[in-house]
Design a binder for this molecule. Structure first.
Ligand SMILES: [Zn+2]
Length: 123
């Protein structure tokens, strides 16, 4: 559920203005779009073990919208950045909550080709 950054009113669709306070919301949607794109790219980079790339993407992302989870993810990625050949096993070092958030992040792309987990057995 989105909320107006000004008055915290709930926003259901993507109106140009907030119904309660009339704040212009175009910028908000643009920002969200950018953030989602960066998240998707970063998630892909992480899954491919490209930690330096992921780090750069997450740094850009955190400048747009900061969140505790992205901070943790950035920290994780930073510590892994010089071990470029990351395998999936190392990703499990994320704790359960982080893992869930990470999955949510990936899930935001509707047709998500990057299913984590039992991909190996599907062949
Ligand atoms: Zn508002």
């Amino acid at each position: 559920m989105e909320r107006c950054p000004n008055c915290r009113a709930r926003i259901k669709e993507q109106p140009q203005q907030c119904r309660r306070c009339s704040m212009e919301l175009d910028t908000l949607w643009e920002l969200k779009e950018k953030v989602m794109t960066l998240d998707k790219k970063a998630a892909k980079a992480i899954l491919e073990g490209k930690m330096k790339q992921a780090k750069q993407l997450l740094k850009q992302r955190i400048k747009l919208i900061n969140s505790a989870f992205i901070q943790e993810l950035l920290l994780f990625v930073s510590t892994q950045a010089d071990k470029e050949n990351l395998n999936d096993a190392k990703l499990i070092q994320l704790n359960a909550n982080q893992w869930e958030s990470f999955q949510n992040l990936l899930g935001r792309s509707s047709s998500n080709p990057l299913r984590i987990g039992d991909t190996e057995n599907q062949a």
